[in-house]
Design a protein around this ligand. Structure first.
Ligand code: HEC
Ligand code: HEC
Ligand code: HEC
Ligand code: HEC
Ligand code: HEC
Ligand code: HEC
Ligand code: HEC
Length: 256
């Protein structure tokens, strides 16, 4: 993943075209062509790219914040121009600048429509199209409910600390916060251990809908005398079994 950080370096860009990268992002030169087309398609009609320095004259706050941002390191070469900085998400800014700026004035605001994000994150578009997803396509939520586009961590948490991993989710899902008398230690590894939060083919956005979700960490459970028979009746977290997967106040086996 690190290679993508240096996309502004032309040699690395060459590498980028040759090496398939994890995460399905910018994996080939053909993808690069798709990105170019997508950026063009969603651009402001008639506008040209003016560069982030121009935006800085009026948007000092965002500019300062953006200095250490994930996206600050990215640049997409287009015909005769490099798309980078503010304009990769907000579209070419010349008409907005000429008009003296303003809300809704010739500028893209991706909080209302994630299409600009999808230009580069095509795989996210596919994930949000899966049957169970956070309601971003329906317009009830935005990428920015979970991601900070200007800040140093576009992810909801830093890669070095798991400590606050779940805080973001608790903003809206208070029931899972607890505190529970009997904690399920799996939650300490983050909600995303079991949930695919952009979208999933499984109900409740689970990464797996069967026992394998739990067997990853509890392979020894199959050895308990009556478990093999029980597993044929359903998953670990259905029926009379361990339905209190997020923690329990009553039962140390998380059954209720
Ligand atoms: C001449 C000053 C000026 C320049 C230069 C300028 N803007 Fe703005 N921009 C504004 C003003 C004023 C607003 C309205 C702010 C408000 O109402 O809170 C605005 C609003 C915005 C918004 C919010 C739009 C919305 O609909 O919510 C975005 C995004 C934005 N600018 C991006 C940019 C980008 C990117 C650039 C550089 C290409 C840029 N601006 C250059 C003055 C400017
Ligand atoms: C990774 C994509 C991305 C980049 C790059 C980016 N922005 Fe934004 N920007 C957004 C999103 C998404 C929002 C909406 C945020 C929200 O609603 O919370 C936004 C909102 C804004 C707003 C409106 C803020 C408001 O309070 O309404 C301004 C102004 C703005 N950006 C300016 C900039 C400037 C200036 C730069 C470059 C220094 C920049 N942005 C770079 C994605 C981006
Ligand atoms: C011009 C292409 C482009 C656009 C537009 C774009 N991104 Fe990105 N984004 C990237 C690239 C490339 C990376 C990979 C950076 C890395 O891992 O080095 C990235 C990384 C990310 C990450 C992961 C950061 C991390 O620390 O792993 C998030 C989250 C993200 N983008 C969200 C968004 C959102 C939300 C939008 C729209 C508001 C958006 N992006 C728009 C190219 C883009
Ligand atoms: C409900 C919260 C939520 C929403 C809404 C959301 N994300 Fe994320 N996103 C996350 C979490 C959590 C991670 C970290 C996943 C992990 O580390 O396993 C992440 C990771 C990412 C990454 C980097 C890692 C990867 O999976 O490739 C990108 C890029 C990204 N999101 C883009 C987007 C875009 C674009 C949108 C809007 C269309 C969006 N996200 C909406 C929560 C969200
Ligand atoms: C800004 C609010 C918000 C944030 C932040 C948020 N969610 Fe959600 N979540 C929602 C909404 C809205 C729904 C859809 C509820 C519905 O359709 O009934 C949802 C649905 C879900 C569901 C499916 C629930 C069901 O009954 O089908 C799961 C699982 C989930 N979210 C997990 C997470 C995780 C994990 C995180 C943190 C990465 C997170 N959410 C962050 C608002 C949020
Ligand atoms: C060990 C795996 C696991 C972890 C970790 C996990 N969940 Fe779940 N979650 C599940 C399962 C399994 C279900 C579905 C239960 C069902 O269908 O009866 C579920 C269901 C949900 C639901 C739907 C409502 C409900 O209770 O059925 C929400 C919302 C949710 N989880 C949020 C979260 C949040 C927020 C976190 C992180 C604090 C999290 N989950 C961590 C396994 C997990
Ligand atoms: C990321 C690893 C991980 C995953 C995935 C996971 N668990 Fe756990 N679970 C733990 C840890 C760690 C403990 C505490 C140590 C122990 O007692 O084994 C625990 C404890 C439990 C306990 C209490 C122990 C007991 O003796 O009864 C139950 C029940 C349980 N998990 C059920 C589940 C179910 C059901 C799932 C799938 C929805 C699941 N776990 C997924 C890590 C995990």
């Amino acid at each position: 993943m690190r290679i993508q950080m240096n996309i502004k370096d032309p040699r690395k860009l060459f590498l980028l075209c040759l090496i398939p990268l994890a995460g399905g992002l910018l994996t080939s030169c053909r993808d690069m062509e798709t990105i170019r087309k997508a950026l063009e398609m969603h651009n402001i009609p008639g506008a040209t790219y003016v560069g982030s320095e121009t935006c800085a004259t009026c948007h000092d706050k965002e500019m300062k914040e953006f200095k250490l941002a994930t996206h600050e390191r990215i640049s997409i070469p287009m015909e005769g121009v490099k798309v980078e900085g503010c304009e990769m998400c907000h579209g070419a800014g010349s008409l907005h600048v000429e008009a003296g700026g303003g809300k809704g004035v010739k500028i893209v605001n991706p909080s209302k429509d994630p299409t600009m994000c999808y230009a580069c994150h095509m795989e996210k578009k596919a994930e949000f199209n899966l049957p169970h997803h956070h309601p971003v396509p329906e317009g009830h939520m935005s990428c920015t409910d979970c991601h900070n586009p200007h800040g140093p961590d576009a992810r909801p948490w830093t890669s070095t600390s798991l400590e606050d991993t779940n805080e973001l989710c608790f903003k809206c899902h208070k029931e899972q916060r607890g505190p529970f008398a009997i904690e399920h230690l799996a939650l300490r590894e983050g909600c995303t251990t079991c949930h695919k939060v952009h979208g999933s083919i499984n109900d409740k956005m689970l990464s797996q809908r069967d026992a394998s979700l739990c067997m990853r960490c509890h392979s020894d459970a199959a050895l308990i005398s009556d478990h093999a028979a029980r597993l044929r009746q359903g998953t670990c977290f259905s029926g009379e079994c361990h339905v209190a997967v997020h923690g329990s106040n009553y039962d140390k086996h998380l059954r209720y």
